[in-house]
Design a protein around this ligand. Structure first.
Ligand code: CTP
Length: 220
């Protein structure tokens, strides 16, 4: 059997939005930039890509299948539908951990007496996809404000990842959008590599190449 030269990457990007009513939602500051850079980096190396994207302002990269989603539940479904196809899942999406218990069908008016929003937990997408992991590599991200290493290592283990990319959201370091940042790439033996002050484009190419090496060593 000849060795594979390219892989199939399933990449999630952007935020999810969880509706409160037809006008409002809960979300986060994710722009989707990292996920779209990841798609370009994979394409540049000749890999095949399916993109599952929450709402972003970016144009869909040409020549790949992309699926638009809004909520975390939509994102989970789209990823489940495509996970069997993939060799490598890269979960850059900033999934909303909570959603309003009930999205109101009509706009909530400001003279309402009920001013408390009841939230329920969304599924953890990476954990939900664990049963499909055999023969694949999973990569996740951890954006933390404190205890960066400890939190990232816990996520790496609890989500069954091969690699986690940790970075810190401090008051100075901007993590959303196009600015450079410092990334800690941690593998499942807790070996880590630091990429200091690198662009998301640099990080993306590094991770795509690393994924290929890890996949090749495990499953070739
Ligand atoms: N993630 C996921 N499903 C969720 C939340 C996050 O699959 N419901 C993924 C993200 O795409 C990311 C990784 O898990 O790759 C870590 O996400 P992060 O938001 O840092 O961590 P959480 O698991 O949400 O934990 P916490 O918010 O408590 O830090």
């Amino acid at each position: 059997m000849t060795a594979k030269k390219s892989l199939k990457f399933l990449i999630s990007a952007g935020p999810t939005r969880e509706p409160i009513d037809p006008i409002r939602y809960i979300s986060n500051y994710s722009t989707g930039y990292l996920g779209y850079e990841m798609v370009l980096a994979a394409k540049k190396r000749g890999h095949r890509v399916v993109l599952v994207s929450g709402p972003t302002a970016f144009k869909k990269p040409a020549g790949i299948k992309s699926i638009d989603v809004i909520t975390a539940k939509d994102m989970l479904k789209a990823l489940k539908d495509n996970i069997k196809w993939a060799d490598c899942l890269i979960m850059t999406a900033a999934v909303s951990d909570f959603r309003p218990k009930k999205a109101q069908l009509k706009k909530i008016k400001k003279d309402t007496q009920k001013t408390t929003l009841q939230l329920v937990k969304n599924p953890d997408i990476l954990k939900s996809l664990k049963p499909y992991k055999k023969g694949k590599i999973f990569i996740g991200f951890a954006l933390e404000t404190h205890n960066l290493y400890e939190n990232a290592k816990k996520k790496l283990k609890s989500k069954g990842l091969d690699i986690i990319v940790a970075n810190k959201k401090g008051s100075k370091s901007a993590c959303f959008g196009e600015t450079d940042n410092t990334y800690y790439i941690i593998d499942n033996s807790f070996n880590s590599n630091i990429l200091k002050d690198k662009s998301k484009s640099y990080l993306s190419q590094y991770l795509i190449d690393k994924s290929f090496k890890v996949w090749y060593n495990l499953y070739k």
